[in-house]
Design a protein around this ligand. Structure first.
Ligand code: KIV
Ligand code: ZN
Length: 504
């Protein structure tokens, strides 16, 4: 019988801590529920002590999710472990994930601890965590740049102190697949009682090896892989869940392994996470990119028509992409609209559905055929039940190559309407300056502005994503309209509202 590899998803912790990927509580819960449906084994919901927001989201995920283990990260410190346990205690299966670095460079320069002090701390803190919770994971941070003999001592100490999962992270994405496999095999051979615990791998993608290294870890005996949806994560990101799962699925005999993931839910989960962080998949991204299953070259099309397996090692259906989807238009009713949104993975409240349906009807007046991409864009840009902060009431912009651009903006805040006018270096700059005059947000800079069309055609919806930087934090905002100036204004207001929520 093949081995069951556990999937530990850290989108809400390692993924979410990447710049520009932060999510609010509602969004984190939406992702957690989707991960549960996907059937991941463990959801790392956050780093409870790092902020009150993280504490609340770990607690909320622990309360709501019952079919997965829920974990919180904690440094080797009693306050961290206490916070993790406090946030997790209502979970069906709580796990405290403690970590401490074991590489020479981290011990010397970051921890300023001797190797012996590191071992003592591991023993003390893993025992402390175990006194609170029976499910303890220990991670040896920067394991792949640690001296193997010392790493084996650290792992042995963690096992003797009560850890039942031992994670071997390649924190800086430095390892090669051969090294990863050899390290796992070495630890299994050298550490007494290694066979009584689960080994895990956690690979970063700095050299593009995260997937290969994770799978090499499985070959070396790891029974758990840590990964994120779409490979979200700091720098080049973490190992992408969709690649790991589909690699194991497609090459089941080679790995002699399987996961419990429902692969038909992968595509929706990927879209949800991209939607929340306001990004889209690079078109050639494995598994979830637009071109991942596209066969344009004539010779490939010929082969595919003769037999799909000529050029297709997995089917789009296996990750939940449906063929021949129905296109909606102005004659489509509320029921067809709602049914399609549910198929696309959206669960809207009645009032959200109502406002979204009105937007859909408005769009039908401008576009003949409404594609799935249009629907997804409408649903993810929906008005939340309660509009917090400022919303756009109306605007007027004048610009040209013979006059200075001028914008008049009217925003609503509760019952109040606020109006300002500004000149600017182009219509968008003028509009943003007028908005700043109304809201007066703290000093910030526009780090990124991008616009893309949601579907084909001149009447396509345009989606604008802006990234604002205030001190060292990034705030993203999205706006959607067939009018790109309006989409730009909406995106800016969305990001500024987030800044204002942060400071208030
Ligand atoms: O990359 C890393 O080492 C980590 C650990 C905290 C598991 O994220
Ligand atoms: Zn990491």
């Amino acid at each position: 019988m093949s081995r069951r590899i556990k999937i530990f998803d850290t989108t809400l912790r390692d993924g979410e801590q990447a710049p520009g990927c932060s999510m609010n509580l509602k969004e984190k819960l939406e992702v957690a529920r989707r991960l549960e449906k996907l059937k991941v084994d463990v959801i790392e919901a956050g780093f409870a002590i790092s902020s009150p927001g993280d504490f609340e989201s770990v607690k909320a995920v622990a309360e709501k999710v019952k079919d997965c283990t829920v974990a919180s990260l904690a440094r080797c410190a009693t306050a961290d472990i206490d916070a993790a346990y406090e946030a997790l205690k209502s979970a069906a299966d709580p796990r405290i994930h403690v970590f401490l670095a074991t590489s020479p460079v981290h011990m010397q320069y970051k921890l300023r601890m001797s190797p012996e002090q590191v071992l003592e701390t591991i023993e003390k803190m893993v025992k402390y965590a175990r006194s609170k919770c029976s499910n303890i994971e220990f991670s040896a941070e920067d394991a792949m740049r640690s001296e193997p003999e010392f790493l084996a001592r650290a792992v042995d100490t963690a096992i003797r102190s009560g850890a039942s999962v031992i994670n071997i992270p390649d924190t800086v994405g430095y390892a090669t697949p051969a090294e990863m496999r050899a390290m796992l095999e070495y630890l299994h051979e050298k550490v007494p009682n290694a066979d009584t615990v689960e080994f895990s791998v956690h690979c970063h993608n700095d050299l593009g090896m995260a997937t290969a290294n994770s799978l090499a870890g499985v070959m070396g005996g790891a029974g758990q892989i840590e990964c994120t949806i779409n490979g979200l994560g700091e720098r080049a990101g973490n190992a992408p869940l969709e690649e790991i799962v589909m690699a194991i699925n497609t090459r089941r005999e080679l790995y002699d392994a399987e996961t419990r993931i429902d692969t038909t839910k992968i595509y929706k989960a990927s879209r949800l996470v991209y939607n929340i962080i306001g990004r889209t998949a690079p078109i050639n991204k494995p598994i979830v990119g637009t071109n991942a299953f596209a066969h344009e070259a004539g010779i490939h099309q010929h082969g595919i028509l003769a037999n799909r397996s000529t050029y297709e090692i997995m089917t789009p259906e296996s990750i939940g992409i449906k063929a021949n989807q129905m296109v909606l238009g102005k004659h489509s009713g509320r029921h067809a609209f709602e049914t399609r949104l549910i198929e696309l993975g959206f669960e809207l409240s009645p009032s959200e559905l109502e406002s979204c349906f009105l937007e859909f009807k408005k769009l039908c007046d401008k576009k003949k055929e409404i594609s799935d991409s249009d629907l997804e864009a409408l649903a993810r840009n929906r008005q939340p039940d309660e509009v917090e902060g400022y919303s756009l009431e109306r605007f007027s912009v004048q610009s040209g190559n013979v006059s200075t651009a001028t914008a008049v903006i009217v925003l609503r805040k509760g019952e109040e309407l606020l109006e300002e006018v500004s000149l600017g270096d182009g219509p968008i700059d003028a509009a943003y300056k007028a908005i700043d005059k109304i809201i007066t947000p703290p000093e910030h800079s526009l780090e990124n502005y991008s616009i893309h069309s949601i579907s084909e055609g001149k009447d396509s919806l345009g989606e604008v994503v802006v990234m604002l930087k205030m001190t060292d934090r990034l705030f993203s905002g999205k706006g959607l309209s067939t009018d790109i100036i309006e989409a730009s204004i909406l995106a800016y207001i969305n990001a500024v509202n987030k800044i204002m929520r942060q400071i208030n």
